[in-house]
Design a binder for this molecule. Structure first.
Ligand SMILES: O=C(O)CCC(=O)C(=O)O
Length: 360
């Protein structure tokens, strides 16, 4: 072996030089990546002095922001090391999905199999449609106790409630451009590069291409004015993405990450307050990513055919409830038994709920 080779081996054994792919304790036992980091960050950053009114005024409905120092997830991070997750969830199944925009294949595998056999750096020659990605579709019965340890970002949007999507993915992997409702994303381990475009600026991308391929082939051809907003997130930073913003991700290392989606828990405030809600639901990839909790309202809002008709359905529902409450009042004034009205109100509600559910 040459002198230089011996020197390199010596340095590596002393921990002074890092091989191309390795782990260190700070990475939670997850493999570090070799995808080069881009220092440019064109997304605004805000520290913990950002107040909720300012967040609403400056970012909530208009542009992304990276929040720093708002929450401390070190306890959650300690539970997300490779060793701890394998010990706690090794035999639990995880649902993987293809990392492309339009086709959406799902594959269930035990978590151990995913971590030990499938979680590998992205093959640059592979299509998104042939790449499996673990993000979302989490079984809340099994993973719920872990998610309870996560401290979500402190800000909400009026009329929304939280739903988590958790994932782990190899370096060079990511999701291609898509959009959906607003939310936050936090990296627990690893680094993740984000690319974002406002709703009215549809990006140039091929639906079956991985983000890595897009970065190599399309990104360099973009004139400066056509470039996305972008930034690389590190553990402890939280990105807020507003409603309907296009976004794509690229994991620079094996990353553990969690998104907090702000789904509509009441349709009327959502329609009135969120500027893009009148445009129908989600991009196909968005539909697949956003968790669909049981609420028919939330499901309807997150459905691609959601739009003006759902809004009308809710207006009818609210009018109906209002009408009934007036009617009950008159009944009690007139001392009439309200049973028949109760039956009618329940039937009416069921019909309206079925109507809204019919969109799903
Ligand atoms: O973190 C990722 O790779 C995907 C996140 C994402 O697309 C989302 O939160 O909507």
């Amino acid at each position: 072996m040459s002198v230089a080779g011996r020197l390199l081996l010596l340095l590596m054994s002393l921990g002074w030089a890092r091989p191309a792919a390795c782990t260190d304790p700070a990475s939670g036992g997850w493999l570090l990546g070799t995808v080069p980091e881009e220092q440019r960050c064109t997304v605004e950053r805000a520290d913990a002095s950002l107040t909720y009114p300012l967040f609403l005024q400056r970012f909530a409905f208009s542009r992304p922001v990276i929040l720093q120092g708002f929450t401390d997830n070190s306890a959650f991070r300690a539970l997300c090391t490779r060793e701890k997750l394998l010990a706690a969830f090794g035999s639990s199944p995880v649902r993987l999905s293809t990392a492309n925009t339009y086709s959406y294949r799902k594959v269930d595998v035990p978590f151990t199999e995913y971590v030990e056999q499938l979680l590998e750096p992205q093959d640059p020659g592979r299509l998104g449609s042939d790449t499996l990605y673990f993000f979302g579709d989490n079984n809340l019965t099994e993973w719920g106790p872990l998610f309870q340890q996560y401290v979500p970002p402190p800000f909400r949007l009026p009329g929304t409630s939280l739903a988590y999507s958790f994932g782990i993915a190899g370096s060079g992997s990511g999701v291609p451009f898509h959009w959906h409702g607003p939310g936050f994303s936090e990296v627990i381990f690893g680094r993740k590069r984000w690319f974002l475009y406002p709703p009215e600026k549809t990006p140039h991308f091929h639906p079956n291409e991985t983000t890595l391929a897009w970065l190599h082939h399309t990104y360099p051809t973009l004139p400066p004015a056509e470039r996305p907003l972008e930034c690389t997130l590190r553990p402890g930073e939280v990105l807020y993405f507003p409603d309907h913003w296009w976004h794509a991700t690229l994991n620079l290392d094996t990353s553990v990450f969690i998104s907090t989606f702000l789904g509509c828990s009441a349709v009327v405030p959502c329609v009135l307050l969120h500027p893009h809600r009148h445009r129908s639901g989600l991009s196909p990839r968005g539909q697949a990513l956003v968790p669909r909790p049981g609420s028919p309202w939330l499901s309807a809002m997150n459905h691609p055919s959601f739009g003006f008709s759902t809004f009308i359905a809710e207006v009818i529902l609210f009018s109906y409830i209002y009408f009934l409450s007036c009617h009950f009042q008159r009944c009690s004034e007139a001392r009439q038994p309200p049973e028949h009205l109760e039956a009618r109100s329940s039937a009416g509600l069921v019909v309206i709920l079925l109507f809204v559910k019919g969109f799903q």
